[in-house]
Design a protein around this ligand. Structure first.
Ligand SMILES: [Zn+2]
Length: 146
């Protein structure tokens, strides 16, 4: 009952690595067996599996250029033939700040901070002052807080 095992692991690896855009899924479909079987054979052959979000065929600059031209992330994804999550990653790699989702709420511009705050009423300014104030150490603070 080893019908599926007549697939040559090394040949699969060559096939997988030759076509940079082919997925384990596509190879499985092509050979009429499960992704599990293909995955196991590729692993056996020492293949490094590409992950869905690890596309290297699209340059961050390409995504950034479209995005900065007013394309939405969805539109960029469509134009480049990838997932919106990939666009998010590419923009990050290109160092492009994402536009706020809404005009009334703004994302805190500080790296690593994911707070969305109302642009009205100074909420963002207030948040910045409280959370990201440039606290240059005061002189002679013997009883410092914390
Ligand atoms: Zn913040």
């Amino acid at each position: 009952m080893a019908a599926k095992l007549d697939l040559d692991a090394q040949a699969l690896r060559v096939e997988y690595e030759a076509a940079t855009t082919i997925t384990v899924n596509e190879i499985a479909r092509k050979h009429g067996c499960s992704t599990f079987v293909i995955g196991r054979l590729l692993h056996k052959a020492g293949t490094v599996i590409r992950h869905a979000h690890g596309r290297t065929d699209i340059k961050p600059g390409a995504a950034a250029a479209l995005y900065l031209n007013g394309y939405t992330k969805k539109a960029v994804a469509r134009a480049l033939g990838c997932a919106p999550t990939t666009v998010t990653r590419l923009l990050k790699e290109a160092g492009v700040a994402e536009r706020p989702r809404s005009l009334t709420r703004g994302k805190c511009p500080h790296p690593g901070c994911r707070r969305y705050l109302s642009a009205k009423g100074g909420a963002l300014k207030n948040h910045e002052r409280v959370k990201h104030a440039d606290r240059t150490p005061a002189i002679g603070t013997e009883n410092s807080e914390g």
